[in-house]
Design a protein around this ligand. Sequence first.
Ligand SMILES: C=C(O[C@@H]1C=C(C(=O)O)C=C[C@H]1O)C(=O)O
Length: 355
Amino acid sequence: MIEDLKHLRNKIDAIDDELLELINTRAQLAQEVGRQKSGAVYRPERESQIFTRLQQHNHGPLSQIQIQQLFTEIISACRALEDPFTVAYLGPEGTFSEEAVNKRFGKAVNALPSRSIDEVFRQVESGTANFGVIPVENSTEGAVGRTMDLLLQTPLLICGELELAIHQCLMAKQVDLSKIRKIYSHPQSFAQCHSWLIENLHHLQGIECINAASNADAARLAANDEHAAAIASKKAAEVFGLMLCACNIQDNSNNTTRFLIIGSQAVAPSGRDKTSLVMATSNRPGAVHELLAPLARHQVSMTRLESRPSRANLWDYVFFVDIEGHQQDENVALALQSLRHNATFFKLLGSYPLA
Ligand SMILES: C=C(O[C@@H]1C=C(C(=O)O)C=C[C@H]1O)C(=O)O
């Protein structure tokens, strides 16, 4: 028995040596690619192709998610050898945005916490950060208005998207909820936990719900107050030394937020892409129908349509549209040409690999 164990462990040691050698050879090749290619280090389309291929080739016992996590870190370390770059996100440390940065870029990036979504855009626009990660919609609460409004104005492009399951927790300096007089959180998080709060805290009269700039900021505030709790991520409880009073308190167990990666580079086709744009049309009967007709004509699927006030004239709207395919695909290029022709305002936000 002991001999069997020893034999198995020797085999594992031999495999680790091989892996070590292979990972370092991979890193050298990535460095060589880095020397040969021009422009940005991060190539979302290439990484998306790598993950698609690995998923097709993976027969377990490791799950697709585990393989994705392991290779995310390998690629992250390889990229950092080429050139470590900076990614701005809605901070402070412990936000879901930070989790989104790690999920997409791995640990080997300079993650730059920013005070607001506006600041994330500014950091990337000014070149302080190479990329930004911003929330764009939540499955329970819908669009993140500020992100949409800033996308309308920015010269930046969308270079990627990712989805993150959002598990909200109630946390405080102590677990005795009867001492709680106020709860801090981000308005989106309060909204995602609305029913839970009513059902579970109804006996606690006079609890004040106070909006914070982010849920990690809420945790920071609760860490300074015996009578306060916060709704935030488990990570935020760790970062700010709080105890978890309740976990998974979001009303919808599938609560998911979609994040966008913004940057200044256009992304080449990966083979599984999406294109985002924003348009306006005149305010007359049938105008929206006519505006979108080229999509059907060129067999392009629309995956999202969202209207927002234009902020120019009263009751004037802009339409955010996501379509399947890359702007370089022939049918998409033809459809975009007609859309541009029909619209009173047209802005392409970018083509990027599907999450
Ligand atoms: C090596 C490259 O640079 C980066 C690192 C990658 C990797 O480690 O596989 C893939 C794409 C790029 O983000 C490349 O462009 O191929």
